[in-house]
Design a protein around this ligand. Structure first.
Ligand SMILES: [Zn+2]
Length: 376
């Protein structure tokens, strides 16, 4: 095993610890993207700590249902919804102005507004500025999303849900009540609340001048989908709304799929091209980059991005978007083919072992170490 794999996960040399990082800003690719002036700051936001252990029910309910795994409780029973409601309430109290300062992006004809919700989720309001028609990706706190809709003065035409988890879909019902003509899109394989328009893989949906393509990306859930906004008409790169498939330097847990399934979904996303902007479902950058820096000790792109993220988060600034090109340089879940990561993990391709089978093994080991890291 390599020197890194001999070390207990989560205990690095400290060389890349956020506190040890000098205050230097990375002038990354995304720094050159057009920021919208002004707006967005007035939007009300709130949220709260995400599921410690994912799906932990409220204290008064623990014990009664201990036979069921936490994940099943959260995803498949009403307890999950009650837990989500409690999360929303606590988040509104704890973060009356949101977990991050939203930084809207504008291209001619389109505006993308991240809405910080719960303790680290993002919903996204995507606006066709010509017609003022809008779509929202993964509305969890309906009040925060509604506030953004009113601030922007737009009509909500569509909700795109990446998957069924309440922290991505909990606002569907309230928003549909408020916006009668709003359609709800997602996979029929996930039990998405208020789903009106089940989507097939590669199906396209238009909202005003905006065209979104749905891509089936199972693994986190069986029906997980990501949505790609075609930037062509606006002279912008494609925008990937990745839900819990892919985060900055991270990846969602494969709750309902094998490492092989997750790997295929990640590969599919990476096929979108290096200039694609990544808009993830959570603000996990600091934690994910710190973990990644413990795996790969000599990765300068990773070190720079970590330093940049430390700066951003000190000012509560959002770290999205990054680009898929950037992600390939530091996200360990996208680097399963890289010898430096394989060596660091102490894994080698077996004789006669299929490359994708080996990469799935690498992915599984990265995931295992990440879970241990989070548990510490
Ligand atoms: Zn999820």
């Amino acid at each position: 095993a390599g020197p890194v794999s001999a070390r207990p996960p989560g205990r690095g040399s400290g060389a890349a610890s956020p506190r040890a990082v000098p205050g230097r800003l990375l002038s990354g690719v995304t720094a050159d993207l057009p920021r919208c002036p002004g707006r967005g700051q007035a939007t009300r936001r709130w949220q709260e700590p995400l599921l410690p252990g994912f799906g932990l029910p409220p204290p008064q309910m623990r014990g009664r249902v201990s036979a069921l795994p936490r994940y099943s409780l959260y995803a498949r029973t009403r307890l999950g919804y009650l837990f989500y409601q409690r999360q929303v309430k606590k988040a509104r109290e704890r973060y009356p102005h949101g977990h991050s300062v939203p930084q809207p992006y504008c291209f001619p004809g389109v505006k993308i507004l991240p809405i910080p919700v719960l303790s680290n989720n993002y919903s996204y309001l995507v606006i066709d500025t010509g017609s003022s028609q809008a779509a929202v990706i993964d509305p969890s706190d309906p009040l925060a999303v509604q506030a953004a809709i009113e601030d922007e003065g737009v009509m909500l035409e569509a909700i795109f849900c990446t998957h069924k988890h309440w922290d991505h879909s909990g606002g569907n019902e309230a928003l549909c009540q408020k916006h009668n003509s709003c359609r709800v899109y997602g996979s029929a394989l996930d039990a998405i609340p208020q789903l009106t328009n089940p989507l097939a893989d590669r199906e396209k949906v238009t909202v005003g001048c905006l065209t979104f393509e749905a891509l089936a990306t199972p693994g986190h859930t069986v029906g997980h989908m990501v949505y790609v906004l075609d930037g062509g008409p606006f002279g912008s790169p494609p925008c990937l709304f990745s839900g819990d498939l892919l985060f900055l330097a991270g990846c969602g847990r494969p709750f309902e799929g094998s490492p092989e399934t997750m790997l295929a979904s990640l590969d599919l996303a990476m096929g979108l091209g290096e200039d694609t902007l990544l808009w993830p479902g959570h603000e996990y950058a600091l934690e994910c980059l710190t973990f990644a820096s413990l795996l790969e000790l000599d990765n300068s792109a990773l070190e720079q991005k970590l330093q940049w993220a430390v700066q951003q988060r000190q000012e509560k600034k959002s770290t999205c978007p990054s680009t898929l090109g950037e992600e390939q340089t530091y996200n360990p879940f996208l680097r399963t083919h890289r010898p430096e990561l394989q060596d660091a993990l102490g894994l080698w391709q077996g004789e006669g072992e299929d490359l994708d089978a080996f990469r799935a093994r690498v992915l599984k080991e990265v995931r295992r170490r990440k879970d241990l890291y989070q548990a510490t």
